[in-house]
Ligand binder design. Structure first.
Ligand code: ANZ
Ligand code: ZN
Length: 802
């Protein structure tokens, strides 16, 4: 019979759906398993071949868990707010809701065609008012606890999207989405205080099972450092506070630098003699991104402030103050003491502006171009610190600063608060009202969701306000507190909002009283295994941990961490190893592969194409190879012999393969699991195969290629679906070979190999080695001096002429 993959795949997709085979049960006494993949943004392009890689991997895990007897939650949904949809809506004059509906329908049918075992009864959509009601509710709880605040700050402004971007959305100085230049602009923004959770987000990484590179990236992003805050007097009387990780180098501070956004510039405006030059410089740096400003290779720029000088607290020396954009307002205090002898950027700056360089740690080679910061060494030119090690000096100087009330120890984090507003339409409305008398007042919770109003145009205004600002009917409202006329907030939430808690909603997706019931959360949470892209490590993954910790603090969720385990997949590249992109013309459409080769081949191939954790290029030839494998599996059906236990010939390899596939799936080694199945198939070709063996083979293959396996099982007379068939077991003792082949050397040269039993004694091994015909021939006429037997490895026979 022909392998009619299209008919087989449609048949089983329908059967699974009919039987609701993948429904997670609300049976809270069964052991549970929550497997999660990142829900996609339903873009207009449809599914990319990159999407099915993590989906199939976790589908394999989910299917295996069902076979192991777990109540499995493997859900899917849509992260559907966002700019591309909105931009498409603007261009084509359709409502973004309609665009979203179409895109979701397409994605869903594509996912269905791949035989992914999602529980569609729990589908969520972040743009659904019954969903964003709870996103808004969480925001209000953050607001009530003082973790949401509004502030004017320099923000990244995309000149083309006319929209504020988070730092993470600015890549190499341009907008991540549209590639246009990004400038800095002062704007009033809603912010979330993720920094308040910095230490806990760092500490609790020790409690979770994340792959190491994810933990490292989060640690670096949080960027904890310990140093000192030091107060420098100035000739103006104002105290200028700086942050340093090297207070030990204070005697080497020969000048100071403040950021172009530092408020003291305005404060001192009347005293600064070259204010025009300073203003000009401020404007120049406003046009640069943080990345451009701090890039090491860029030549340093700056302006010396004329009229105000700083005073080094350790020696009361007056030193110049510069404005330079290599100092960022958003880190520490926005001001530094510069120690050119021991800091690369300060050194480059001092060289350019011909400023004094004083070495204060011996070991730091000042004149060398290839300069390295020197963390070890002995203090010199440093008064009361002379002769101490760097570590000792750090302690002593901080004691001194504290005694003199000039400074104290300080822990700093690179992590910034989260810019939480966008001036766009297609996002969750921020449920706050501004009243002249009462200030910002929350929309009462019983009035949530606060729905997006119908508008005619989704274009942001030219001054960068949201299109909602033009909807005066919607904007003008009454203060929920005092009833006076008041205005709604017109900013909407960023795309990261809805994805910060969606995994909670899957636990209880239809609840309209709470975001999910206590019972459901107690049972399903935490997520047991979450796989997603490395690119989400510092944004989504950190944001959602933050929200989850907050919800834990206010008693909404029962555990402090949302994800027990986190893994990450590599990207799929084009045939040549380059990134797949429309412009390169190397994009593979998953629909074509499913049509021409079948979903099972597609799944198998995506799991076979290389180490799951690494990037791998697409290969159409290898797709064909996977297809041939499935055809051979199909054809072998006709050769299956009767038999309800493994034959002696195949038994060892059966147990070994079960063990290998079982373990490889847990370790993300899908490719080697498939290789083991391929080699078992070859063994069947050589040794023959009986029903028991073929059945086990199909069970092992079923998470990878579920449709063909269901069909073969049915043809074998199986009446139950494989979905809940028990996962094959192996006998550890039968996975070890009882014989093995070792080399036999004569005077160190390999002459032959012999088969020995693993239990053989040294004497038995020696006997077998000497009896081997080639060895025996070589030994004739020789006198054996010594025989060295290394069990399991080698036999060496030392001889001399008799
Ligand atoms: C003096 C010094 C001497 C420094 C030395 C370093 C080495 P990390 O470790 O990344 O936290 N710094 C402080 N605030 C800054 C800002 N807003 N923009 C740019 N640079 C800033 O970096 C802390 C160090 O970066 C601080 O310690 C300060 O330079 C600089 F041998 O102070 B240091
Ligand atoms: Zn009011």
């Amino acid at each position: 019979m022909k392998y009619d993959y299209t008919a087989i795949e449609h048949k089983w997709q329908d059967k699974w759906e009919e039987a609701q085979a993948f429904r997670a049960e609300n049976k809270y006494d069964k052991p549970k398993y929550y497997a999660l993949v990142e829900f996609p943004y339903p873009s207009g392009q449809g599914l990319h071949v990159g999407h099915p890689r993590p989906y199939t991997a976790m589908d394999i895990v989910a299917r295996k868990r069902r076979m192991e007897g777990y109540n499995v939650l493997f859900p899917m949904g849509w992260d559907a707010f966002g700019l591309p949809t909105e931009n498409y809506a603007i261009k084509n004059h359709v409502h973004p809701e309609e665009v979203t509906r179409q895109n979701v329908a397409r994605f869903k049918s594509q996912l269905r065609s791949l035989g992914l075992s999602f529980d569609w009864a729990r589908e969520v959509n972040t743009t659904d008012p019954s969903y964003y009601k709870w996103t808004q509710w969480i925001f209000l709880q953050l607001f009530k606890k003082g973790l949401a605040y509004k502030t004017t700050m320099p923000v990244n402004w995309c000149t083309s999207c006319k929209c504020v971007l988070a730092n993470e959305e600015v890549v190499n100085g341009v907008c991540e989405r549209c590639g246009s230049p990004v400038i800095r602009k002062e704007k009033s923004q809603w912010m979330l205080k993720i920094t308040e959770y910095a230490q806990r987000l760092l500490d609790d990484l020790d409690q979770v099972d994340y792959i190491e590179r994810v933990k490292t990236q989060q640690r670096n992003w949080i960027g904890r450092s310990t140093g000192a805050q030091v107060r420098f007097d100035t000739t103006e009387g104002d105290v200028l506070e700086i942050y340093t990780t090297r207070p030990d180098t204070l005697f080497g501070a020969t000048y100071m630098v403040i950021s172009p956004e530092h408020p003291y510039i305005e404060k001192w405006a009347g005293k600064i003699q070259n204010m025009d030059a300073v203003r000009e410089y401020q404007q120049q740096s406003a046009r640069k991104s943080d990345f451009e400003r701090t890039e090491l290779v860029k030549e340093k720029t700056g302006v010396c402030i004329e009229g105000v000088r700083g005073i080094n607290p350790v020696n009361n020396q007056e030193i110049p103050i510069f404005v330079s954009d290599y100092v960022l307002m958003s880190y520490g205090t926005g001001a530094i003491m510069a120690v050119p002898a021991h800091d690369t950027r300060d050194w480059e700056f001092a060289k350019k502006f011909e400023l004094p360089i004083i070495e204060v740690v011996k070991g730091g080679d000042v004149e060398k171009e290839a300069f390295t910061d020197c963390e070890t060494g002995i203090m010199v030119n440093s008064g009361f610190l002379d002769g101490l090690t760097v570590e000792e000096a750090k302690v002593k100087i901080v004691e001194w600063l504290e005694k003199e009330k000039k400074g104290e120890t300080k822990v700093n984090y690179k992590l910034r608060d989260w810019v939480f507003s966008r001036q766009r339409y297609w996002g969750e409305p921020i449920p706050l009202v501004y009243c002249e008398k009462c200030g910002w007042v929350p929309v009462p919770e019983d009035q949530l969701p606060l729905r997006l109003p119908e508008v005619d145009s989704y274009e942001p205004t030219d001054d960068g306000e949201s299109p909602l600002a033009k909807m005066t009917d919607w904007v003008n409202t009454a203060c929920p507190h005092c009833g006076a006329p008041a205005k709604r907030e017109t900013d909407t939430m960023p795309q990261w909002a809805g994805s910060s808690w969606y995994f909670l909603r899957y636990c209880d997706p239809c609840n309209d009283k709470e975001l999910a019931s206590k019972e459901a959360l107690e049972y399903w949470m935490p997520v047991d295994w979450y796989n997603g892209g490395m690119e989400h490590t510092t944004l989504h993954l950190l944001y959602s941990r933050f929200w989850h910790k907050f919800l834990y603090d206010i008693g909404v969720v029962p555990q402090p961490e949302p994800y027990r385990k986190r893994t990450s997949h590599g990207m799929i590249l084009g045939e040549g190893g380059e990134k797949m992109s429309k412009s390169r013309g190397n994009v593979i459409n998953p629909d074509d592969i499913v049509r021409d080769y079948g979903a099972d081949t597609m799944r198998l191939y995506e799991m076979f194409l290389g180490d799951f954790e690494k990037a791998a290029p697409w290969s159409q030839n290898a797709v064909k190879g996977c297809r041939r494998f499935l055809e051979r599996v199909w054809a072998l059906f006709d050769q299956v012999q009767p038999g309800d236990s493994y034959t002696q010939k195949n038994e060892g390899e059966m147990h070994k393969t079960i063990k290998k596939v079982t373990e490889d799936i847990e370790n993300l080694k899908f490719n080697t699991a498939i290789a083991a199945l391929m080699s078992l198939l070859n063994t069947f070709g050589d040794n023959g195969v009986n029903q028991a063996e073929y059945k086990t083979f199909i069970l092992l293959l079923s998470p990878f290629a579920p449709h063909i396996c269901e069909e073969l099982n049915e043809r074998m007379g199986g009446t139950e679906m494989l979905v809940y068939a028990p996962w094959p077991k192996y006998d550890e003792s039968k996975t070890v070979d009882d014989t093995l082949e070792i080399g036999v050397q004569i005077n160190g040269k390999v002459k032959a190999t012999v088969w020995i039993g693993v239990q053989d004694t040294k004497e038995q091994i020696q006997e077998k080695a000497m009896a081997e015909p080639k060895v025996a021939a070589a030994l004739s006429g020789m006198q054996v001096v010594k025989v060295i037997v290394i069990p399991g490895r080698i036999v060496n026979i030392v001889v001399k002429p008799a």
